[in-house]
Structures are given as C-alpha cells and as structure tokens.
Write a protein that binds this ligand. Structure first.
Ligand SMILES: Cc1cc2nc3c(=O)[nH]c(=O)nc-3n(C[C@H](O)[C@H](O)[C@H](O)COP(=O)(O)OP(=O)(O)OC[C@H]3O[C@@H](n4cnc5c(N)ncnc54)[C@H](O)[C@@H]3O)c2cc1C
Length: 449
C-alpha cells in the first residue's frame, strides 16, 4: 500500500489515546476531511491500553491522595469526558465498562487522620464521597474488615458509582464511533493496522511519515505512540529536556473468586508518582480480583518485547544528563526503597510474601496460597524525567511542535484519554487555521460545559 493522498490529520498509534483523538477529530474538527489512523499491531490497544495490562480504573482524583484539591478537580473534569462518552456510546453490559464501588481505605492513626482532613476539604467539590466507619466498611467490603484487629483504626472514602473500564474495548469503541462520525459527515477516516511508523520528515508545509506499509503525507501529525511519541519528538529536535524512565507494572490475582465487590485503594506514599498496591475486581465481572500493580524500572519501551531495549537507549536516559537526573531521583530514600522493594515483588517465594504484607493491609485474612502472579499481564508506564530539574514529572505530557503533537502517557493516561482527544482536536483546528474550527456547540451538546 502507498497512501500518496494528503491527509489533513495523521494519527500515529491506536491505543486508547490515539483512538480518542480519532473520534474527537472526526466528530468535532470542522474543515478537516481526511484523517488517517496508523497502528503498529493488527488491532487497536494491544499495548498499555490492553485490558490485562492496566488496572482498569477510571481515576477521578478524589481517592488519589498525592493529588491536592486543584489537581484532583482537574482530574475529575478530565474523567467526566470519558464517563459521558461511555454512558452515551457503550451498550450496557457489553463489557466496555462496569459500575463498581471505589474505596480508599485508611489503616492506622495517621492514615485515618489524613482521610478525615481530606474529606473536609474535598467533600464540597466531590459531594458523592461517603465517609465510612468500620461497620459501614464491612457492609460494602466485608473482607476488608474480617479478621482485622478491632483495635486497628480504619476509615474509608467510598465512591459508590465508580467505573471499571476495559480500555481496549473503549479504544475499539472510539474507532467505531470515529468511523460512523466520518461517514455521517462526508469525511474519510482510513485506518492502517500492521503498519509501523519508522520516520518523519518535513516537505514544505507537509509532514512525510514513513512506515513499513508505505509513505503518508499530512498537514498535521499527531503521535499517540506511548514512549515512542517522545522518540519521534526528539528526532525533530523537540523536548530535548525530557527523557523517560519506563516503569513496569505487574499484577497478582486471587485464587478465591468474588473476594471483593469493587476496588480498594490505599493512601499514596508521599513523594512517589505511583499508586500504592490496590485490589480491583475485574471489569469483566467474572469474580476475579487483581492486586497491584508493582512498579519496577525496566529499560524497555514495550513489556516482554526485548528488542525495544534499543529504542530505550535512544531516549536520553543513558546520556550524561540522564544519568545525573537518575542519580538525583534515586538519591531519595523513598524512591530507592520503593524501587528495591518492587524489584523483589516478582521474585520466587520472597516476592509473594512481601506482596502479602501489603495486601493484608487491605484484606487481613488473605494468605500466600490464595494469590498467584498473573503471568503475561501488566504494561510499562513511560514515566517522564525532566532533565533540567532532575525530577520525575507527574502525569501525561503533550509536546507541541510545528503542526505536530506528541502525546506521552504514563498513568493515569487512560482516564484522561477523553480530554486528550478533545485537546488534540482543538489544537489541530488552531494549527490548520482558516476555515477549520472545533465545533463548540456540538461538543457542549454531548459533554455539557
Ligand atoms: C500497570 C499499569 C496500570 C495502569 N493502570 C491504569 C488505570 O487503572 N487507569 C488509568 O487511567 N491508567 C492506567 N495506566 C496507564 C494507561 O494504561 C496508559 O496511560 C494508557 O493505556 C496509554 O494509552 P495510549 O494509547 O497513550 O498508549 P498505548 O496503549 O501504549 O498505545 C500506544 C499505541 O501506539 C502504537 N505504536 C507505538 N509505536 C508505534 C509505531 N512506531 N508505529 C505505529 N504504532 C505505534 C502501539 O502499538 C500502541 O497501540 C496503567 C498503566 C500500567 C502500566
């Protein structure tokens, strides 16, 4: 295949982010009539957005204790877009999402005090949060109380109507909706699978994107290719102050079915951009409970794909500046201790025992024989390193270049994917200029203000 036609918008990568960009561009970007979506693998969302490779949570910010109020409100507003899309487009019971309770469990005096304080501050902005004492916790999640020392103080936040999301199915839904939208508006949305992007260059005002399946020309290029987005940005000379620390996450699963009714999170450890171990009933509703994810630095761009080590070597982490930044990040005892502990979590015998200690804070009666490592599950978070500040950066990052965008998505990138798509479509309208605009009225109709 050689796609010599010029596309208005080229979207590289069809994980949940690229799929969402496809939908928002097809539906709301007026004036753009030809759109291409290009994916390395044979189907959408087979990397980090794949159902088994992430924790399937739609994060709204209230339960993530490393988010202060303003950050949590920002997260809530991003999540609202996805919630509205799911409720309007997914068919109830088709496995794209499941309404589940989401609990934040504080154990011990310090965490209980933290939750009480957070409740006072957050409740006016998140009025749906319930504060649960021990007896009420037992009503929602009996296993969180069963066998627990009655003298151990506990308190919980509860969100009754949270979302567990199969982000792989959501990506498929975004793509199907993009196709329907393009067809209804006389646009072309072409998708190309089994097509790896290998290079990008400029030819006058057009981008020339080379792939294993021919060359594409486009006015706007959007990369939603996970860690590869930063690699492509670097190749064009953008964001040289950013590098990546890939952090793999694995899961354990319970051999006991129907252990929990929903999701149970723990307050975050200060100074770490990763969620602490949590317990999640699966989105499939098959009674499986998964625990995790672990957080282990791994020099790969894709889990289980050792060939991607070479790509990692090109991202700047192994430069002098990168190594200085790493030294500064790991100089923190919290980060070093966390990384060391996490490296042990997947070791035979000892790993399970260490995981168990963390899990028994959530489910006191769980024993080593009740859990097993989920082989083949779990992805890699492309955690962003700010080389100038020598720090790990929280959250996702979009790098804007000439008529181009590069979206890098550590956790909770899937929860923000609706907002990512909306923002990319708005920016693309600005970049395309005259006679291209983002259809605010139609957007407000679907998503409110
Ligand atoms: C263990 C773990 C748990 C997580 N839990 C959660 C959670 O509960 N909630 C949440 O919101 N987020 C969570 N996340 C984060 C979330 O999974 C990601 O932020 C999200 O899936 C990113 O989506 P994406 O489409 O940007 O990237 P990906 O899903 O990685 O998709 C990138 C796509 O680009 C394609 N691609 C890459 N390079 C090329 C190329 N050269 N040519 C063509 N195509 C290419 C890939 O094949 C892939 O399909 C978790 C992540 C991990 C690792």
């Amino acid at each position: 295949m050689t796609a010599e036609k010029v596309y208005d918008v080229f979207i590289g990568g069809l994980g949940v982010s690229g799929a969402s960009v496809s939908y928002f561009v097809c539906e709301y970007l007026k004036g753009a009539t030809t759109i291409a979506g290009v994916e390395h693998y044979e189907a959408p969302a087979l990397v980090n957005s794949k159902s088994m490779h992430n924790a399937q949570t739609l994060h709204r910010g209230e339960n993530e204790t490393n988010y202060d109020l303003s950050h949590a409100i920002e997260m809530r507003d991003k999540a609202k877009i996805l919630e509205a899309f799911l409720l309007a487009h997914a068919t109830k019971g088709d496995g794209t999402y499941r309404r589940v309770s989401k609990m934040l469990l504080g154990v011990g005096d310090a965490e209980v005090a933290l939750l009480r304080k957070r409740y006072e501050e957050f409740h006016p902005y998140f009025p749906y949060i319930k504060l649960l004492e021990r007896d009420e916790i037992a009503l929602y999640e009996p296993k969180a109380v069963e066998g627990r020392d009655p003298k151990e103080p506990i308190l919980a936040f509860l969100v009754e109507n949270g979302f567990a999301v199969n982000y792989q199915k959501l990506a498929e839904l975004f793509i199907a909706s993009a196709r329907a939208s393009a067809a209804a508006r006389g646009k072309t949305y072409d998708t190309f699978f089994n097509t790896e992007i290998t290079g990008i260059s400029r030819d006058g005002k057009l981008w020339v994107i080379t792939t294993t399946n021919g060359t594409f020309r486009a006015r706007i290029a959007i990369f939603a290719t996970g860690p590869y987005s930063l690699l492509f940005a670097h190749r064009l000379g953008y964001a040289k102050d950013l590098a990546l620390l890939p952090v793999a996450g694995s899961f354990y699963r319970s051999k006991i079915p129907h252990l929990l009714n929903g999701k149970i999170y723990q307050p975050q450890k200060e100074g770490l951009p990763f969620a602490r171990f949590h317990a999640d009933t699966s989105v499939e509703g098959n009674g499986e409970t998964r625990f995790g994810p672990t957080a282990k630095p791994l020099p790969l761009f894709e889990r289980h794909h050792w060939g991607t080590f070479v790509d990692f070597l090109r991202i700047g982490t192994f430069s002098l500046r990168g190594l200085r930044a790493l030294a500064s990040i790991f100089a923190s005892k919290t980060v070093l201790g966390f990384a060391f502990k996490n490296a042990l979590y997947e070791m035979p015998y000892i790993g399970k025992r260490l995981v168990l200690k963390e899990l028994q804070r959530i489910i006191p009666t769980i024993r080593a024989r009740d859990i097993e490592l989920c082989r083949g599950a779990g992805g890699i978070r492309p955690q962003i390193i700010d080389l100038a500040k020598r720090k790990l950066q929280m959250g996702i990052e979009t790098i804007y270049g000439d008529d181009s965008m590069f979206i890098v998505t550590p956790s909770p990138g899937a929860s923000s994917s609706g907002k990512t798509g909306e923002t990319a479509a708005r920016k693309a309208a600005e970049m395309l200029g005259d006679e291209h605009f983002f259809d605010e009225e139609a957007f407000r109709k679907e998503f409110g203000n």
